[in-house]
Design a protein around this ligand. Structure first.
Ligand SMILES: Nc1ncnc2c1ncn2[C@@H]1O[C@H](COP(=O)(O)OP(=O)(O)OP(=O)(O)O)[C@@H](O)[C@H]1O
Length: 447
């Protein structure tokens, strides 16, 4: 569980000492400030979860400080303390944005309860904010199936889940990289904090910059108000950068700085801010190759790739296809208020033999379409329409001659290799010229 950070603003060292001792003992991290000016600076550079502010400060009152803090970040709850319980003061403080007003002498246990409640509310709001662009998903198990490949992935993922180091998730499109990233967050020590998900391929350099780092008012022409970056939203949580291979090279050194120093700067700002995020990055590209060819910074590559998780393509774990398929079919049945749709044996065989270039996403789509169009409770091979241009791979028939069997197998390997004769020949374990000879032979026979 992440520790809650409190900013304590009081000019009396004795009061601060007492409160800090108590709160630290109860699991809070406490930063201190002794004046309006120090409080503003501390709040700006090291954002607390809650600020506790004494009413009277050497250079002003809490009423002056409140709107300034609210301007910096309206989401941080503020608690005001005063020596004399005055209703007018309380009303005024609340008007200026204080969430809570407490009188001195303070019951430390009461303060603790108040802080815990405010922090829980803030975390909930932050979580909603982080999920604003996506429907909240129910937890998906990334390790459905029992193949050695998926069991090995689960073992590795469990080992890296609780660490703070960056993780790089590799795998083909649709194989479940995002699902795994979310699982790392939801099962790990940062689960109470936000999971922020950003697709680097979908944004131009400038947009990516301002989405990630935020900006100050006036940083560029359209920046009419200051904006929090997603790094700040993800503070204490997980930042998931999908398609990191497409991140603009100009943004990459800034991300490296965040990872190395836990600092970043909003566009147009003059000072750094501190942030504590765990990075999970994903890519379907060969990032090492991209780094070698200077399309991706190699220092960033090394920083993010110490913990590497590779999600296997579905075709390398065909035995998991029936498990995944019945999971999707149950889900679809429940969604439509119908019973479970079952697979006929010929459909199951076709699903297991197909190459799934679009992986789990494609499997789900194929089943969804089949369920919609067939309207029956048993799906046969004929109901399946595969997305890829490759022929669906049904098991080779038992009553073929050896020659027909060879012919079909060669066609299949050629299709898999995209018609590349040399690669197909290597796969088949024969020379290119023998493969050509065989193909020519069929052409003669009109095959
Ligand atoms: N283990 C799983 N159980 C159920 N659904 C899954 C599983 N893995 C992936 N999916 C589903 O498959 C689809 C693709 O998954 P996901 O978005 O995680 O893949 P990805 O590898 O991140 O793809 P891309 O590279 O295109 O971003 C999603 O709809 C997801 O819900």
């Amino acid at each position: 569980m992440t520790r809650t950070r409190i900013l304590l603003v009081d000019d009396e060292p004795g009061v601060r000492l007492g409160m800090k001792g108590y709160l630290t003992q109860h699991g809070f991290d406490v930063d201190e400030a002794t004046s309006v000016a120090e409080a503003q600076e501390g709040f700006r550079t090291h954002r607390p979860d809650v600020a506790v502010i004494d009413y009277r400060l050497p250079d002003g009152t809490a009423l002056e400080l409140l709107p300034r803090l609210k301007e910096l970040d309206a989401a941080v709850p503020l608690v005001v303390l005063t020596g004399h319980g005055s209703i007018e003061l309380a009303v005024q403080a609340v008007k200026e944005g204080a969430e809570q007003f407490l009188t001195k002498p303070l019951e430390l246990a009461v303060l603790k309860v108040v802080l815990e409640r405010l922090v829980a509310q803030r975390r909930e709001r932050q979580r909603l904010l982080a999920d604003r662009s996506r429907a909240v998903r129910t937890q998906v198990d990334p390790f459905l199936g029992n193949s050695p490949a998926i069991r090995a992935l689960r073992d590795q993922a469990e080992r890296v889940r609780d660490s703070d180091s960056p993780v790089l998730v590799t795998g083909e499109t649709g194989s479940g990289k995002s699902v795994l990233a979310r699982w790392l967050h939801e099962g790990g020590p940062r689960k109470e904090a936000p999971f922020v998900d950003l697709n680097c391929a979908a944004l131009s350099k400038d947009l990516l910059d301002s989405e990630l780092f935020g900006h100050e008012k006036g940083a560029f022409t359209s920046a009419v108000a200051a904006k929090q970056g997603l790094l700040e939203v993800a503070d204490r949580g997980t930042l998931f950068l999908d398609e990191i291979g497409d991140m603009d090279v100009a943004v990459q050194p800034k991300l490296l700085k965040v990872l190395e120093e836990q600092r970043f700067r909003r566009l147009g700002d003059v000072k750094d801010r501190r942030v504590d995020v765990r990075l999970v990055a994903a890519t379907h590209q060969d990032l090492q190759g991209a780094a070698r060819e200077k399309r991706f910074r190699s220092d960033l590559y090394f920083r993010i790739s110490t913990l590497l998780l590779h999600v296997p393509p579905l075709r390398e774990r065909a035995e998991d296809v029936p498990v995944l398929a019945s999971h999707f079919l149950a889900e679809m049945g429940a969604h439509r208020g119908r019973g479970q749709v079952e697979l006929e044996p010929d459909a199951e065989r076709a699903l297991m033999a197909y190459r799934w270039p679009g992986n789990i996403r494609e499997l789900r789509n194929v089943l969804e379409r089949a369920v919609l169009l067939s309207g029956t409770s048993r799906l046969s091979r004929g109901a399946l329409r595969f997305e890829s241009l490759l022929p669906a791979e049904e098991p080779l028939g038992e009553d073929l001659t050896l020659e027909e069997l060879e012919h079909r197998h060669i066609e299949r390997v050629l299709a898999r290799e995209g018609g590349h004769v040399e690669r197909a020949a290597t796969k088949l374990g024969i020379s290119r010229s023998s493969l050509y000879a065989k193909i020519k032979g069929w052409q003669h026979k009109g095959g």
